[in-house]
Design a protein around this ligand. Structure first.
Ligand code: NAD
Length: 592
């Protein structure tokens, strides 16, 4: 028979513990909340009060409900108060000796039959459990940050956790309104195993001055729809906690270099820049614990509103991206010369742009007059020579280096001096394309995202030869198109793809290792980290073949062993299981 859980203990009231107390109390469960000192208790109490009061102020809780919640929570220093709880969740810093010491103590204090749970993110639950005389009653219950908001709980069973303990905790999670995935004891479980390599890589981009903190974060928010950029997320997690998690994952997870904490992280820990909780991490906050970012010495001065001399834009190509850019530019008021390789291609681009504009009118996003004006601004052509008088060219032809180089060599002959030549390549080195011309200083990458009329992000890629005036012209253009530009250097995958695809590849490896199902992995990333799509949904959408090609490029450029494409990805592509477009991928899309 399943045991009743009426009272729980929470040990450690930091970033996670305070949120976990709130989750239980809001679900009508009595809580004994324990810390090491009176000051720490007060801090934890203040976090709880602040969060509940905010909910009342927003009208999400009544004042009566608030009082009931507070009445359910007792605070204490020391473990004696935990003698009668039915379950304890430990949420102290991510250090094995500390957690083992605490579990030995809990084992002495808690009544027989009480479940002892750890909120560890990366340590071995098994190693923690053997510090007690009841390892079969020890389990991992991994909440996500912020605990009251994120729906996922990873339940981690060791090889000796009793099945009824797993069942009781699963039932408890349901009572809390959480979705659980139950998995075995492996470093990082599902979500952190996929998340932390990405976070560490983002820090290494910052450390190498590849892009600014704001640009890295904006790229991942706007390019992937993530609720937060990686550096802002590190600040939320806590830089010290992130360091410990990475360090443990490196040691437990096969010494993957991608988990070796980037030196900057250790330096920040030493300097006390622990993120939101201390008021400063990658960003500076209004005060300790505040989510509000304030300007600091690293905040770039606002750019003077860019004035562009550009009035006419040439767009070369006829694919999805070229069509989107023609539409975006015409809607933004530029004259556009669309050049394709022939009448049939021009007809296809024309139809696509007309169709998309008509849809915008139906949706009420565009007036009929604006639609007519946008169409009137576009000149259709299939001769590159018609670009002899444009102010800027955006090339968006097939993703093949030889083809792009040929187009750029031709543009170099045709275009006026000083015209900015941009490529939308997503995986080729911009410098190789630039060197096909006699004017590499005027060449820049403008990496739009699909569908271009919808996606707000453009990565502006400068090569080692790009002139500052060229980048400035690109900035002004991107702003005039109503998009957000982020700058990065000319490296494979730029910001977004370089951070996104290794994570997708890791998810495939996790599936391949039979650690969790595709559904559970998708759930974990959506409900634990707020991703708009799980990795397998996303792979099926972008195409497994596209993902494989990008991953291969990243691997070839950086020679990072962890970037080697997952064999399962290669096999599926070989078998024609390339995702939705083929009607089959990680899931059989037989309905397409
Ligand atoms: P934190 O540093 O914010 O808080 C830890 C708290 O534990 C502090 O308030 C500290 O005073 C208290 N503490 C230390 N020793 C104690 C003791 N002997 N008895 C009672 N309390 C003690 O850490 P955190 O970020 O909340 O992480 C706690 C645990 O939760 C870690 O295992 C971490 O891996 C895990 N976790 C963290 C996150 C996150 O985003 N921060 C997410 C999920 C899980």
């Amino acid at each position: 028979m399943s045991r009743e859980i009426n009272t729980v203990g929470v040990v450690g009231l930091g970033t996670m513990g305070a949120g976990i107390v709130e989750v239980f109390a809001r679900s009508g469960i009595d809580v004994v909340a324990v810390e090491v000192t009176d000051e720490a208790v007060e801090r934890g109490q203040a976090t709880l009060v602040g969060s509940i009061d905010r909910a009342v102020a927003k009208g999400k809780l009544t004042p009566a409900a608030r009082d009931e919640i507070f009445a359910r929570v007792g605070f204490a220093v020391g473990f004696a108060a935990l003698h009668d709880v039915d379950l304890v969740i430990e949420a102290v810093p991510e250090q094995l000796p500390l957690k083992q010491r605490i579990f030995a103590e809990l084992d002495r204090v808690c009544k027989p039959g009480a479940i002892l749970a750890t909120n560890t993110s990366s340590l071995s639950v098994t190693e923690i459990s053997v510090a007690t005389t009841r390892p079969n009653q020890v389990i991992g219950v991994h909440f996500f940050n912020p605990a009251p908001v994120m729906k996922l709980v990873e339940i981690v069973r060791t090889v000796v956790t009793a099945p009824e303990v797993v069942a009781d905790v699963e039932a408890l999670c349901a009572r809390l309104g959480k979705t659980d995935v139950t998995i075995n004891d492996r470093a990082g479980f599902i979500a952190n195993a996929l998340l932390f390599g990405y976070l560490n890589q983002a820090v290494s981009m910052l450390e190498a001055r590849y892009a600014t903190r704001e640009d890295i974060d904006a790229a991942m928010r706007l390019g992937c729809g993530l609720p937060m950029g990686p550096l802002a997320l590190m600040d939320l997690i806590g830089i010290d906690t992130a360091y410990e998690i990475l360090d443990t994952m490196y040691r437990r997870g096969g010494r993957d270099r991608r988990h070796a904490p980037v030196p900057l992280i250790k330096q920040m820990v030493t300097a006390g820049l622990l993120g939101r909780k201390t008021g400063r991490g990658f960003y500076t906050y209004e005060g300790p614990g505040s989510p509000k970012v304030v300007a600091d010495e690293l905040t770039a001065a606002p750019e003077p509103a860019g004035s562009t001399q550009i009035t006419t834009i040439g767009v070369v190509g006829s694919g999805v991206m070229a069509r989107g850019i023609v539409e975006v530019a015409a809607r933004a008021g530029f004259d556009v010369v669309s050049v394709t390789r022939g009448e049939a291609k021009t007809a296809a681009v024309t139809a696509a742009v007309q169709g998309s504009l008509a849809k915008a009118v139906v949706k009420g996003k565009l007036t009929e007059d604006d639609q007519a004006a946008a169409l009137a601004r576009i000149t259709w052509s299939h001769r590159l020579e018609d670009l002899d008088d444009v102010d800027l060219v955006i090339e968006s032809v097939v993703e093949e280096l030889s083809v792009k180089k040929a187009v750029f060599a031709a543009l170099d002959e045709i275009c006026k001096p000083g015209v900015v030549l941009a490529t939308t390549t997503s995986s080729l080195p911009v410098i190789e394309i630039a060197m096909a011309t006699q004017r590499p200083a005027d060449v820049v990458g403008l990496h739009f995202f699909n569908p271009a009329p919808v996606m707000a992000l453009v990565e502006i890629v400068r090569t080692i030869r790009t002139a500052p005036e060229t980048t400035a012209a690109a900035d002004a253009l991107v702003a005039a198109l109503g998009k957000t530009g982020v700058h990065c250097a000319d490296r494979s995958g730029f910001i977004v793809n370089a951070l996104l695809f290794p994570y997708l590849n890791d998810a495939v490896r996790m599936l391949e290792a039979s650690y969790a199902s595709a559904d559970d992995i998708d759930y974990a990333m959506k409900l634990g980290c707020g991703y708009p799509m799980g990795p397998f949904e996303l792979l099926d959408t972008v195409g497994l073949d596209v993902a494989l090609a990008i991953q291969r490029e990243l691997y070839l450029e950086l020679r990072e062993p962890g970037f080697a494409p997952a064999p399962l990805l290669e096999h599926l592509v070989t078998a024609g299981y390339v995702g939705r477009k083929a009607g089959r991928g990680f899931r059989d899309h037989t309905n397409l």
